[in-house]
Design a protein around this ligand. Sequence first.
Ligand SMILES: [Zn+2]
Length: 199
Amino acid sequence: MKKNPFSLEPDKPAILPAETTVRRVVDYSVWDLRMLAAAKLFSSWSKDPSTRVGALLVDSSRRFVSMGYNGFAAGLDDSVDRLSNREYKYGCVLHAEENVFFNATAPLFGTTLYTYPMPPCSKCTAAAIQVGVIRIVSVSGHYRTLSSDWKEKLEWAREMCEQVSIPIVLYPLEQVSFPDDALFRFVPSPDSLDKKVAP
Ligand SMILES: [Zn+2]
């Protein structure tokens, strides 16, 4: 018979509630949307005039492991002229997901990959599988605007993830926003600063 180690009378049987397991209930949708909002912020750092993608890796405790956005390798000329030359760009640019893998400073195995505003292409999905990503989260709103080439790559990516049981979770594009522009709420405008220092 099981003894209650905390009882003052240790010989008496333990009286334990039927449900003794404490489960952490996590609302993944809230955290997914927060992480996608962060990926959206990182996408804005890209200088690409046509497609700006942000990516983020978090571990099982939702700690940031890495971030990235699409662009040329560090130190290269990333002027608008260079980025507007599509043939050159497609041949040389690093995707946001490639950068998020290269930029990582912690182990990638078991991480979740967030991308905005589209899911990873087939090559980046293959890399994600290889480094140990276990879940991919992105948005679905831009799918209709993608070229047939991109749609084919996304289909290959979906098939690969299906083979290795990696879920791809897609949220509607309009759900990803900064609530009340909270990230910028406490930044005073130059006008308000002027008023404060005026005599
Ligand atoms: Zn890619």
